[in-house]
Write a protein that binds this ligand. Structure first.
Ligand code: SF4
Length: 237
């Protein structure tokens, strides 16, 4: 696919290499392209620094930087934010370019924006907002038809009510048959810092595990690996 004309720029907060902390790709080396701007305001958001600022980069410059950071490595790239699909005009051709360059491409999105134009081959990791995020009900139900067996759906949980919502949504829409993984992930406290342990979780992972076992929940418990490896307050990891 031809790149759009240079000058077609996107607003980027940061590009960095780390380990993937979530999803079924957790533990793999990954280059993250974190785009600026979000139209939601989740109560536990750990990425508020993406809401403003950043710098303009052409699609070609983003591609070059990702290539520099992954010299023959795992060639896994995640487009995240903020909400990347707010920059759909630029991010769609960028993702297609990465696919053409033989990257495995992950897209982290709330699913509030339409996902129909996401290129085939991209792994969509859709973070369906639960009630206690303060943004419940923002997932665009029409996006369910765009989900494929390579995609993943994530629920970030901070309470029993969130868990009940996630379980009901998963069963109602038969998500475990539609996608590769359904992730039930405890939310972290926004102000978490210092110790690298589950005491910062808004929902105790042990409690969540016990609920899931008792309910035979059709999903997998996901922990944010990077918050157990590095100081949870650290950015760019
Ligand atoms: S969608 Fe993501 S970036 Fe936006 S407020 Fe929620 S957690 Fe933060």
């Amino acid at each position: 696919m031809q790149l759009p004309a240079v000058g077609n720029q996107m607003q980027v907060t940061e590009i960095y290499k780390s380990l993937q902390g979530e999803s079924s790709y957790a533990g793999l080396q990954c280059v993250f392209v974190r785009l600026t701007g979000c139209n939601l305001r989740c109560s536990w958001c750990d990425s508020e620094y993406t809401f403003q600022g950043g710098h303009k980069m052409t699609i070609e410059a983003v591609r070059d930087e990702v290539s520099r950071l992954s010299p023959g490595g795992g060639r896994l790239v995640e487009i995240t934010g903020g909400e990347p699909m707010l920059q759909e005009r630029e991010v769609v051709p960028l993702m297609q370019q990465f696919l053409d360059d033989d990257y495995r491409v992950l897209l982290e999105t709330s699913g509030e924006r339409p996902l129909e134009r996401v290129p085939t081959g991209v792994v969509k990791i859709v973070d369906v907002k639960c009630p206690d995020s303060g943004e419940g009900g923002t997932f665009r139900l029409a996006n369910l038809t765009t989900l494929t067996p390579r995609d993943e759906v994530k629920f970030v949980l901070s309470s029993r009510a969130d868990y009940a919502f996630a379980l009901e949504f998963t069963r109602k829409h038969d998500l475990s048959k539609r996608v590769n993984a359904v992730l039930f992930s405890p939310a972290f406290r926004k102000e978490a810092n210092g110790s690298r342990d589950s005491s910062h979780c808004l929902l105790d992972p042990q409690e969540l595990a016990e609920w899931m076992i008792a309910d035979d929940a059709p999903g997998r418990l996901g922990l944010q690996l990077h918050k157990f490896i590095w100081d949870p307050a650290l950015k760019g990891v």
